[in-house]
Design a protein around this ligand. Structure first.
Ligand code: ADP
Length: 434
């Protein structure tokens, strides 16, 4: 119960009491009973008004704010206004987001679990050749048939598809990623990388042209240095020897750069039989020649299987790993060359007991000119391009390079070849029949 209601019964009592007291006061003051009553009546009206104010407050507030359980047909509800305002703001935000996604320079396609196109933006029209509205609901890989992207969509991998021609604009290059989205939906993102591709092409051409231009003058300088006999100029003999060594090194760098340029522009290799038994024997001889008896060298051919690929490029890659093992293993160390089958194909590995490589360098070793120790690499006659060549050759054979190393204990470099690159060794009869 509110305060004014609680005290309501006191009011008539107070009024009657006040009037009697006023009349008695007026009689005592000289017989003016009426004026005493009037004075008290005014005071009591003021008191009454104060009471009324107390009662009026809650009534007013009740009328301006309906109770929580007000029926639906109440004509006006301020909460309704707020709800409508929030809905409008949300709809405007959604509209802006959709417009932003629609105008992004990257192509975006929303796919359902069966690769049906559910939504796409403007860039998807120009880069992927999708058309509105007829391509809503089509199966994307069927729509893009005969393109590299369609082949990738048959069995999309978590790795992005790099640098392929855009199906809707063949002169443009794109990178494509497929991301999980919502419940079993996927978001296909295609980024236009034409500008970066062009810059990369300019870089490749520049390196190839410079290397090519340097080749001839270097050959001439090297030739003249070879003609000079240190005995004719004994006081210049050490200088001559250093000049010869440096010109040979420059020549090797130029050759490695040209090899890399060729490998970078190739997208496939010759598919020839690479006989592994004779190749392993050659690698052993090369290792022994480089080691000059400073290391113990073992070759294990447990796989007894051949490879399918480019004999020249595979020889270059596999011998690079052997030469690194010799160059980065101190005298007295062991080097093991192994060729063995695995569950997925076959591995070629070179293990040494050399200096080893700290873990934080491992991921960068195949970058051009990346060295753990520049002085050690230079002293051992390295160009800094060997592992980069290995990586490219393996890439062209769909193989990968695995590197494990412990500083101070040694390293193992493994080339992992897939089953599709393996060939059973030729029998003697088959060879002689050719
Ligand atoms: P480089 O001509 O300098 O040897 P590579 O590309 O062949 O160039 O190798 C890159 C770097 O990797 C080398 O400079 C060296 O620091 C390190 N490296 C390669 N192989 C080995 C190894 N077997 N043991 C230790 N370090 C190695």
């Amino acid at each position: 119960m509110t305060q004014p209601v609680k005290s309501a019964w006191k009011l008539p009592l107070a009024l009657t009491g006040g009037l009697v007291a006023g009349a008695f006061g007026g009689w005592l003051a000289g017989g003016h009973v009426a004026s005493g009553v009037a004075l008290v009546a005014i005071a009591e009206i003021v008191l009454l008004l104060t009471h009324l104010r107390h009662i009026a407050k809650p009534i007013m507030s009740l009328s301006s704010k309906p109770p929580e359980d007000a029926p639906y047909d109440v004509p006006y509800d301020p909460r309704h206004d707020r709800f409508m305002m929030r809905s409008r703001r949300l709809a405007a935000n959604l509209h802006d987001l959709r417009r932003a996604a629609g105008n992004l320079p990257d192509a975006i396609v929303l796919l359902d679990q069966d690769q049906h196109v559910r939504w796409f933006n403007h860039a998807a029209e120009s880069l992927l050749g999708l058309r509105r509205p007829q391509d809503r609901g089509v199966v994307l890989k069927e729509k893009l048939h005969n393109s590299e992207l369609a082949g990738w969509l048959e069995e999309p991998s978590p790795e992005p598809l790099n640098d392929v021609s855009a199906p809707g604009a063949p002169s443009r290059h794109i990178n494509v990623t497929l991301l999980p989205f919502g419940q079993r939906q996927r978001l296909l993102l295609a980024r236009d990388i034409s500008h970066m591709s062009r810059l990369e092409q300019i870089r490749r051409d520049f390196v190839a042209n410079v290397s090519h231009e340097l080749r001839t003058p270097l050959t001439v300088i090297h030739g003249y240095l070879e003609l000079l006999d240190p005995e004719d100029v004994p006081h210049l003999a050490p200088v001559l020897s250093e000049m010869r060594a440096q010109s040979k090194r420059m020549g090797q760098i130029v050759e490695d750069l040209l090899t890399l340029s060729r490998l970078e522009t190739q997208d496939h290799v010759s598919e020839e039989r690479v006989q592994m038994a004779p190749l392993l024997a050659t690698l052993r001889k090369e290792a022994e020649a480089l080691s000059q008896g400073r290391h113990s060298i073992t070759v294990e051919n447990a796989a007894n299987i051949d490879l399918l690929g480019s004999p020249k490029d595979l020889h270059s890659a596999l011998s690079n790993l052997v030469s690194n093992a010799v160059r980065y293993t101190p005298t007295g160390g062991r080097i093991t060359i192994r060729w063995e089958r695995t569950a997925d194909g076959a591995n070629y590995s070179v293990t040494d007991t050399g200096y080893g490589i700290p873990a934080d360098h491992l991921s960068r070793l195949t970058e051009r000119f990346y060295r753990v120790s520049s002085s050690r690499s230079r002293d051992s006659g390295g160009t800094g391009l060997g592992l980069s060549i290995v990586k490219h050759v393996l890439g062209l054979h769909q193989a990968r390079l695995d590197i494990r190393s412990t500083p101070g204990q040694g390293s193992t470099f493994t080339c992992c070849f897939g089953r599709e690159r393996l060939l059973a060794p030729e029998t003697h009869e088959a060879r002689s029949a050719e």
